[in-house]
Write a protein that binds this ligand. Structure first.
Ligand code: 26W
Length: 880
């Protein structure tokens, strides 16, 4: 197609969607376009786009039902899809379409798109990874479904008041939902509580049921996940989320009438809140209820779907079904499947176990001991007696097999699912009954085999694999960074990289092209200014009044400085504290040598701390204090600024990532399973300052292999093995490091003296942080995560950063070399690897006959389908 005819088609499509939007504004809101609010235009435009999505969705589901292919059921207790409208339009057509539609409607695209509350149904990495994978699965047409929970309140909204993190309710459902809609076909009844009943099945084997249980209705809501596809129909997957909120069956009227209000609503409130911690579980019973709800409703739904497509013989389940559990939170799906298999079926216990083992796959996402789930068996017993009994038997069967294999009671003791103090180890349950278990980066998978699952790996060596994480280049490059995307497309002569990121290696011939490098720097500068503008607008919205633009420009040196960003959850192991101490050192250094030539630097932080994580909140308060001190210092503020962007979420990531020059990936080696922010930032041209941890290691390998060893210049710190050795020997003494480095001593002393504090509470915060590093007040040991150990090398490496940044052209060259080496870290590569090695599923193209039929049916009933001449009249009238 020529450019001209492409443009014509785009305009026609835009015209059509604009017209549908006008239709929906009046039909749904009783407003003409002129009087419609931005929210109403957003809703109406979404409804218009949704029509197209629905056609593709129907075509996908019908094609796959017809082809009877094996399907993936991906269970995750967290999902972080981000905003839908722009993503869906981009994946179906192009961003230009939305711009053209809104030009016709005379509305500002950003104004309209930002009306959408993002579905923030997760804490961080785990949930965002699941969403990146669904995007890639849809893009490459893998038959898959996502299961999760539709929390009424997602992760809390974060505000910082005088350095305190305030948590407020995330009321994302307050407006009518344009994308996630109820679908009663998939709603399920799930049983909680009650008494165990044991019967025998046709084979004379025990089967279990309950009496006097609470019947809970899990109402299904579905989001369409639109794959990227320009040539023909996009595949559209379902993200199916269960809620107990608005079903009247979940209300205990008897209790209400007896005045027991809490108990009356208990079951309706199960999906009210997402647990705001990715470290430990606090509200235990409710969390277990949530995990069971997801597991049971999901398994029932997939069994229903299987029967519909393949009949009632569940013995063949694993031919058509693969169930993935994203960490252990949905692991109760294992006993739930056993229960379903044995109920009313001529399936024996041993067969049920074989089928289950063939169906399940499990990914582990953390090695932090406190994050590994263990449930008291009594608790499972009290609320899910059938599942407790099945887990007991699963444990027995598993322990017997280990005994037989090893003749070692010690091995049995170490590998048991239920411990001697009656705790159910969910990681053991998942590892014992999954065909494959994987970690999320090579180092993490190796550590799992060496450490957490050492015995399992010894007995079942073929079960353990690695699949390194990946992120979607659609959302995090093509949509978030349109300037860079267009530039890359121009250089490569094609936009195929959007679904095949390894093509980026084709940028190599440009690494010495001065014009290309200059343009790259220009794009970065412009992205920085966009970020400043965005933060400006956010602050104005928050404060409800205009703020002079100069104020915020000044705060960021108008984008003419190095933007050094650390954006992620606040955790001690992620070591935001390391960056803070470096900033304190910089502060003193600048103060003492004000006339030294140096670069200007903006240190940007964003991230949430779990509401009960005291030390993490202290670090946020420290950042606030440092930012204030630096800003008010006439000398230091000439070179340094510290910014905290509140309420980090997917939308904010899409703004910050394209503007970053330096990406801080500075976790204690051995602790960050993979990290995914590191990939998004590098794809957008940031250089990584990082430890040899998680996916950093593989990013380094790729940059060195593809571009050359010199282009990964900012690695630093102790390796995982060195850290491991220090931990084992118990020799680590942080005080010793302080004594050796006068500038570090000065920084630590500043915490003690309260130099950055303006009141007693602030001073106490500094003292607590100081003691946490030197005395071990809040975690078991002093400086448990080796902040001071790595501080000297971090400091030296930051000096290298400053040196390189002085040569802008050279910096741009390094940046380009990092970008072009990131092909491996696309979620497309990850899901293909999962599909081949872990799931054994294949892409299934949409059926042209199905598409034709749906097209015809839709066109014949399309209320907004106007003949071309009428469109042209409209165009003449409205598009100048
Ligand atoms: C028990 C509470 C709880 C909740 C969530 C414990 C642990 C979790 C998650 C497994 C934590 C998590 O999000 N892990 C992150 O997963 C990412 C995706 O694989 C990785 O990139 C991060 O390194 C890892 O920290």
């Amino acid at each position: 197609m020529t450019d001209k005819s492409k443009d014509d088609e785009l305009l026609r499509e835009a015209q059509h969607i604009a017209q549908m939007t006008r239709h929906y504004v009046i039909a749904n809101f009783a407003h003409t376009l002129e009087e419609a609010t931005d929210l109403e235009v957003y809703q109406a435009l979404s409804a218009a786009v949704r029509e197209k999505v629905m056609m593709h969705w129907t075509a996908t589901q019908q094609s796959w039902a017809k082809a009877r292919t094996k399907r993936l059921y991906y269970f995750s207790i967290e999902w972080l899809p981000g905003r839908f409208l722009a993503n869906n339009v981009f994946n179906l057509a192009s961003m230009d379409l939305i711009t053209a539609v809104l030009a016709i409607l005379k509305r500002q695209p950003q104004q309209i798109i930002s009306q959408e509350e993002e579905a923030a149904l997760g804490n961080g990495g785990l949930g965002r990874l699941a969403s990146c994978y669904l995007d890639a699965l849809a893009t490459h047409k893998y038959p898959a479904i996502g299961y999760g929970l539709r929390y009424q309140f997602g992760i809390f909204k974060q505000q910082i008041r005088y350095g305190n993190q305030l948590e407020t309710c995330d009321d994302w459902l307050i407006t009518e939902q344009a994308w996630g809609r109820q679908n009663d076909l998939h709603s399920q009844y799930v049983k909680f509580n009650g008494e165990l009943i044991t019967n025998l099945n046709d084979l004379g084997e025990e089967i279990y049921s309950v009496r006097n249980s609470d019947l809970v209705r899990a109402t299904a809501f579905e989001f369409p996940i639109v794959g990227y596809c320009k040539e023909d129909y996009s595949a559209v997957l379902s993200l199916r989320l269960f809620s107990t909120a608005n079903s009247p069956t979940n209300f205990r009227l008897q209790d209400f009438n007896a005045g027991k209000l809490d108990s009356a609503s208990e079951l309706r409130l199960l999906t009210d809140v997402l647990y705001p911690s990715d470290l430990t579980i606090t509200g235990r019973k409710l969390r277990l209820y949530q995990e069971f709800l997801l597991a049971s409703a999901g398994v029932k739904d997939l069994v229903r779907e299987y029967r519909l497509l393949h009949g009632d013989d569940l013995k063949l389940l694993s031919d058509w079904v693969v169930i993935h559990i994203n960490d252990t939170h949905p692991a109760l799906a294992i006993p739930e499947l056993i229960r379903c298999l044995m109920k009313n079926e001529k399936i024996s216990w041993d067969q049920a176990i074989d089928i289950t083992l063939m169906c399940f796959r499990y990914t582990n996402h953390t090695v932090l001991r406190e994050s590994l789930e263990e449930w008291p068996s009594e608790m499972i017993q009290n609320h899910f007696p059938v599942h407790a009994r099945i887990i007991e038997r699963l444990n027995q069967t598993f322990c017997d097999s280990i005994r037989k294999k090893t003749q070692s009671e010690e091995m049995v003791r170490r590998m048991t699912i239920i411990t001697s103090d009656k705790k159910v180890k969910m990681a053991h349950l998942a590892a014992a009954y999954s065909q494959y278990v994987n970690g999320v980066a090579q180092i993490h998978s190796d550590i799992l085999k060496r450490d957490l699952f050492a015995d399992f790996a010894a007995l079942y060596p073929n079960r353990f694999l690695n699949v390194t994480n990946g992120v979607t280049p659609r959302r995090f490059v093509a949509i978030a960074n349109p300037q860079l995307s267009q530039f890359i497309t121009k250089l490569l002569g094609s936009d195929d990289w959007i679904h095949n990121l390894s093509l980026w290696e084709g940028l190599k011939p440009f690494i010495h092209d001065r014009a290309v490098l200059a343009q790259l720097m220009e794009i970065k500068h412009s992205n920085k200014q966009d970020l400043i503008q965005f933060i400006h607008e956010e602050r104005e919205r928050k404060e409800g009044m205009p703020i002079p633009r100069e104020r915020i420009s000044d705060e960021f040196f108008d984008g003419n400085a190095l933007f050094d960003v650390q954006i992620k959850r606040f955790h001690e192991y992620k070591r935001q504290m390391l960056k803070c101490l470096h900033l304190v050192m910089l502060y003193f250094e600048i103060k003492e040598n004000p006339s030294t030539e140096r670069i200007r630097r903006v240190a940007l932080f964003a991230g949430k701390a779990a509401p009960s994580y005291y030390i993490a909140k202290c670090v946020i308060r420290l950042i606030f204090m440092l930012a204030r001190k630096v800003k008010n210092d006439p000398i230091v503020s000439r070179f340094l600024r510290i910014i905290f962007v509140e309420n980090y979420n997917v939308t904010h990531a899409m703004r910050i990532v394209p503007a970053a020059d330096v990406s801080d990936q500075i976790s204690t080696a051995g602790y960050e399973a993979s990290g995914t922010g590191c990939m998004k930032l590098a794809m957008n041209g940031a250089l990584t300052i990082g430890t040899r941890d998680g996916a950093n290691i593989e990013m380094e390998e790729e940059v060195k292999r593809i571009a050359g060893p010199e282009f990964w210049p900012f690695g630093f710190g102790a390796s995982a093995d060195q850290i491991h050795a220090l931990e084992k020997s118990g020799d680590y003494d942080p005080i010793h490091i302080v004594e050796q480095h006068p500038l570090i001593a000065k920084a630590m002393h500043a915490l003690l003296s309260g130099e950055f504090a303006e009141n007693e509470i602030e001073h106490q915060t500094l003292l607590d942080l100081h003691d946490n590093l030197l005395k071990g007040a809040y975690s078991s040991k002093a400086d448990r995560y080796f902040v001071l150990q790595d501080l000297p090398s971090y400091y030296e490496t930051q000096k290298q950063v400053e040196k390189l940044y002085q040569d802008k052209e050279k910096w741009a060259q390094y940046s380009l070399c990092n970008i072009l080496s990131m092909g491996k870290f696309s979620s497309d590569r990850s899901v293909k690897e999962y599909a081949d090695k872990v799931w054994q599923i294949r892409p299934c193209p949409l059926d042209p006959m199905v598409i034709t039929k749906i097209d015809e049916e839709f066109q014949s009933s399309n209320v907004c389908n106007v003949p071309l001449s009428a469109q042209e009249t409209f165009l003449k009238k409205h598009v100048s």
